[in-house]
Write a protein that binds this ligand. Structure first.
Ligand code: 6GU
Length: 284
């Protein structure tokens, strides 16, 4: 999977060099490319924001640098993928834009769903994710869906957000999702993008050592849907007077599975009554 990230703080993404995601990158499972939004400004101050029309506090991100940055990223199609946007290297963003205008977003979407872009069926355009507290809520279901995509582009805004015309423009040309990671406000989209990239990245084949640990995750589709994982234990059997529940030492796999499910139900009722209500609604 290829992931492009546009931000005024590419340094924010250094955690992606570490641990699970870092190893996936080193092994070529994940191709993450960072882009500095200010590289697409043309004034000495490399300005990316301005005051909001209609008044109000804070600043809004200007549309022009975003337009140029996203055009440049989407013109750089993965190798081996035939694309109407830019068949040869060194083509300007404007040329790519004209090619895309001539075809239209529907044509590109149709070719993609018809599997006409490259032998491996790789998409010729990324799916655009804009992290924003005003977006749809990010869920495990969305992580699973996005993990099946060959190419994602995260556009990380700061301040009071990005000029809405950027979403209008690329909502027509790409598959666009405005996504929130929860009901609180961060200073920018960078940390939210990190959260989503980790949730998506660990689902890619070969990233986790044990594929079963994904299936057992809290919120995983299937048996664990809307259930939190219960407690886990390892050696020693007694620590500071606290014994491991005896059932786990019994070797009786059926009883252990039943006990774990019961623990998951109890924990969900205690910590997430909203999820517990969904479970009783769907099983009655
Ligand atoms: Cl995606 N962005 C920002 N700035 N704040 C958030 C968020 C995203 N999700 C929750 N809070």
């Amino acid at each position: 999977m290829r992931i492009d990230i546009i931000s005024i703080f590419p340094e924010y993404f250094s955690p992606l060099d570490v641990s699970l995601i870092g190893k996936a990158r080193a092994r070529g499972i994940l191709d993450i490319r960072l882009h500095q939004l200010r590289d697409w400004t043309h004034d000495v101050h490399r300005t990316v924001d301005d005051t909001p029309y209609g008044g109000g506090p804070g600043m809004v991100m200007k549309p022009e640098p975003w337009g140029e940055a996203i055009d440049a990223v989407i013109a750089d199609v993965p190798e081996g993928v035939q694309n109407a946007q830019s068949a040869q290297h060194g083509q300007s963003a404007e040329d790519a834009q004209h090619a895309q205008d001539a075809e239209g977003a529907e044509g590109a979407a149709r070719r993609e769903s018809a599997g006409e872009d490259g032998a491996a069926g790789r998409a010729a355009a990324p799916r655009l994710i804009v992290p924003t507290p005003s977006g749809r809520l990010f869920t495990q279901e969305m992580a699973v869906e996005l993990a099946a995509e060959p190419w994602l582009l995260f556009a990380c805004g700061r301040y009071e957000g990005i000029d809405a015309r950027v979403m209008l423009e690329y909502g027509r040309r790409l598959r666009l999702d405005e996504v929130s990671i929860g009901d609180y406000v961060l200073a920018g989209g960078e940390v939210a993008a990190l959260v989503m990239i980790e949730a998506i990245g660990r689902l890619l084949p070969g990233v986790l050592g044990n594929a079963r640990s994904v299936a057992d995750d809290s919120f995983a589709p299937g048996a664990m849907r809307n259930l939190l994982e219960g407690p886990v234990y390892t050696k020693p059997p007694v620590w500071r007077g606290h014994a491991v529940p005896e059932i786990l030492l019994s070797g009786h796999h059926g009883k252990i599975a039943a006990w774990r499910h019961e623990q998951a139900v109890l924990r969900t009722a205690r910590n997430r009554p909203d999820l517990a209500a969904r479970n009783s609604a769907s099983t009655s």
